[in-house]
Ligand binder design. Structure first.
Ligand code: F3S
Length: 774
């Protein structure tokens, strides 16, 4: 065999549907008029509207106040899903009985792979432990034509950047760091599985038109400063809530000084300030990246759009467009930053970090330095880190902290292997982990003896550092920095070491000082394909494939469609539980050990509301039958379900806040919940409930919360009319308490015409399934 025979054929590049997108953009221009100045994010987003006129002119003062007001009904170009969240998305998709997905989609096995000893042993172990899930995802991928990237192929966002993301594209990803693709000028939004299903079945996906936060970059990075420091600094400026409801759009002369992968790093971590997504405008530096990743065939199309008709100017913002807020960052004076512990917005410039360690009594040593992940594993990142490793190696030094490297994809890993970069890391005693999430998502088996509950520090180049995020130990202080800073500091193993100014003592009284890192943006002859076993399955659906779900499985269960509404008012409902205080999606469906049941609705439903406080007794997760029998909330819900007793939950303000976890809507529905009656709702959760056929109602007078108790009986009046008229009319509840007294309580519904359809059909998917039946 020659080497050439080992090289599998290049995959055909995924071409964005540019004609369709540009047609959408023409519609936007004709509805808003060419004099309306648009930001880049608006151009791309609005060009993907299902009905431009309806979305942009309703509730917006005829198109003048779109941001924050318009309800965008979007048709994304593609969907990407990671292994943990893909399960429920695909199970829901399957209930629609469609032969294939409506838009191209891909599945990436990355979250369920443990990092411990290194890729060679970790990968087979993780595959063995999750085989039924991977088999399910692969068979579903083949049947419905979703490209399945097997375990080991890479981390979703890196694979998407290398294969699918392109300027002007709009996509959904079932993972919060999907905005990574904004580095190459795509709008990519992280969503829950049910949202992804909207796109997969060609139903419009709804989004309140985001505000646009402008970040102007000036100057040019040099020395130790890296793209990661841009977002570490910005996180400090904006805080973890500063980007909520906004898209972050970068502009300014500094943009063209950054590599495509550097821009991706910045967009990736925009998730940490709560932004809907982040985006960079088209840059010359996108061209060599497209080429190196084997996508020369789309370069002409991209250039045509970027430099074509000036009136449209599709891949750049209009001159003079408005930003809701604007921040400027000067790259020339930007210092490396270290963020943490426990929150990504606690940002300290490197020069002040030693003092911060002192003042806050943070540990003075750290046990592990971890580089790579979806945030920071580009060829540029790794070769810059390598330059430091080589300097230290030449001086005879070895890292004091354990040193781990997570390549983002097989392309990157194989190229780093060819380039001998991995050898440099190996010679330094570093451990190369699988091309997967591993320690970034708690899938890290530490072997350094740090016990659970023991305070300690680690340094990583990842994006999140909430307690327990990396090793499941809530006392581990995880500090975020660039791969360069993590690498250099690992040689000192000290949080007080500043690699720019400090020296490491050598034998014989000599001293070692790091020179600033240097690296290469892209491999000279493009990326290597690597192991052909890691290539994806075909995008062509195969109806003959059987989707594999073992009926005995504890982790996967096929979904039965929920029952349709029936007719008339709801009667004989009972209050299962009256919740006191905050009730987040985590209260309703806890994460942690429950995550392994994400694909098994009956099993994960065992955690329903287990964090909820009983308003009448102050106990958590203790529910009572009318006769005083005491049990957990899921136990009572299951008992009532088996008796055909449907139920209501009563709650206070902002019910369902927190991450947009669809299980928090699916589980109550599965267990027989029909109405959630709250003082107010978190918007996304309210929508999720309606999608699953649960009716969210709010008290017209909040004090009526005090008039309802657990075990009260509830009957609706007016609801049937509302449902039949598509949302017109008022609803009241007749509440019968334990003593038999009846009161009438006025409530508010927020059901649109379409959502009344969801409730009547039993769920949004039932509506779609009906449409798709021959
Ligand atoms: Fe995976 Fe961590 Fe990225 S979990 S997708 S590597 S943020």
């Amino acid at each position: 065999h020659t080497n050439a025979q080992h090289q599998p054929p290049r995959r055909r590049a995924a071409v964005p549907p540019y004609q369709k997108i540009l047609k959408g953009f023409e519609d936007v221009r004709s509805v808003l008029g060419t004099s309306t100045k648009l930001t880049l994010a608006e151009k791309i987003l609005y060009s993907h509207l299902d009905d431009v006129e309806e979305s942009l002119l309703e509730n917006t003062n005829n198109g003048k106040n779109i941001r924050g007001n318009a309800n965008l009904k979007l048709k994304p170009d593609r969907v990407a899903m990671q292994d943990a969240s893909a399960q429920m998305a695909i199970l829901q998709f399957m209930t629609c009985n469609l032969p294939s997905t409506a838009v191209p989609a891909s599945i990436h096995c990355d979250h369920m792979i443990v990092g411990e000893k290194g890729a060679d042993t970790d990968l087979p172990n993780s595959i063995a432990g999750n085989k039924e899930v991977f088999d399910f995802l692969e068979s579903a991928g083949k049947k419905y034509g979703m490209e399945f990237w097997p375990p080991g192929a890479g981390i979703i966002h890196q694979t998407v950047l290398e294969n699918y993301a392109a300027p002007g594209l709009m996509m959904l990803g079932t993972d919060s760091h999907s905005p990574n693709a904004g580095g190459i000028g795509a709008i990519a939004i992280g969503v829950g599985g049910a949202d992804a299903v909207d796109a997969l079945v060609d139903a419009p996906w709804e989004l309140k038109a985001p505000k646009i936060l402008g970040v102007r970059l000036e100057g040019k990075l040099s020395g130790w400063a890296s793209p990661k420091d841009v977002i570490l600094r910005l996180a400090g400026l904006l805080t973890v809530r500063g980007g909520t409801g906004s898209i972050i759009e970068y502009s300014g002369p500094g943009v063209d000084t950054l590599s495509a992968t550097g821009m991706a790093t910045i967009c990736n971590m925009g998730a940490e300030v709560g932004a809907t997504t982040s985006i960079f405008p088209f840059s010359e530096n996108h061209i060599p990246y497209l080429k190196a990743t084997g996508r020369s065939s789309i370069i002409d199309a991209v250039k045509g759009i970027a430099y074509g008709n000036d009136q449209y100017n599709f891949l750049r913002p209009d001159a003079g467009c408005d930003y809701d807020e604007q921040v400027t960052i000067d790259l020339s004076t930007l210092e490396p930053h270290i963020n943490g512990p426990f929150t990504p917005d606690l940002s300290t410039p490197l020069s002040k970090f030693k003092d911060a360690v002192e003042v806050n009594k943070w540990p003075k040593t750290f046990g592990a330095g971890l580089i790579g992940s979806c945030t920071n594993s580009s060829f540029e990142d790794m070769t810059r880190a390598e330059s430091l490793v080589k300097q230290a190696h030449a001086a005879g030094l070895r890292p004091k902290a354990d040193f781990f490297i997570t390549p983002g994809s097989e392309q990157v890993r194989a190229t780093l292997e060819e380039n001998a970069t991995l050898k440099s890391f190996g010679d330094a005693g570093g451990t190369v982990l699988a091309n997967a999430c591993g320690p970034c998502i708690g899938q890290w088996k530490r072997t350094d003896g740090v016990k659970k509950g023991e305070e300690n520090a680690i340094l990583c180049s990842y994006n999140r550092n909430f307690p327990g995020r990396n090793d499941g130990n809530a006392k581990t202080m995880s500090f975020l920095a660039s791969p360069e800073i993590v690498t250099a500091m690992s040689y000192a193993g000290s949080t007080e070491f500043n690699p720019i100014t400090d020296v490491i003592p050598l034998a014989g009284g000599k001293e070692f000082r790091f020179e600033p890192p240097t690296g290469t943006q892209l491999p000279g002859s493009g990326f290597a394909t690597g192991n052909p076993d890691f290539l994806p399955t075909s995008a062509k659906p195969d109806p003959n494939v059987q989707v594999v779900v073992d009926p005995e499985s504890s982790r996967l269960a096929l979904l039965d469609p929920f029952e349709p509404y029936g007719e008339g008012e709801l009667e004989g409902l009972k209050v299962l539980y009256k919740v006191k205080g905050q009730c987040t999606t985590d209260t309703i469906s806890a994460a942690g050990p429950w995550l392994k049941y994400k694909g098994h609705l009956p099993n994960i439903s065992e955690n329903t509301l287990i964090g909820a406080i009983n308003a009448e007794t102050g106990e958590t997760n203790v529910a009572y039958e009318a006769d005083g029998t005491k049990m957990s909330i899921p136990e009572l819900a299951k008992k009532w379900k088996s008796q055909g007793q449907q139920w209501v939950v009563v709650a206070e303000d902002n019910y369902g806040e927190g991450s947009a976890r669809e299980h928090a809507a699916l589980q109550p529905r599965y267990l027989g919940g029909r109405i959630i009656l709250a003082k107010s709702f978190a918007r996304i959760h309210q929508t999720n409930l309606k999608k699953q056929g649960v009716i969210p109602l709010t008290f017209t007078n909040k004090e009526d919360y005090d008039k309802v108790s657990a075990n009260d009986e509830i009957e609706t009046t007016g609801l049937w009319d509302v449902l039949q008229s598509g949302g017109e009319g008022k609803v009241n509840l007749i509440v019968t308490n334990a003593g038999g007294d009846k009161i009438e309580i006025p409530v508010e519904h927020s059901l649109s015409r379409g959502q009344c359809g969801f409730i009547l059909a039993g769920s949004a998917l039932n509506v779609l399934a009906k449409k798709s039946k021959p």
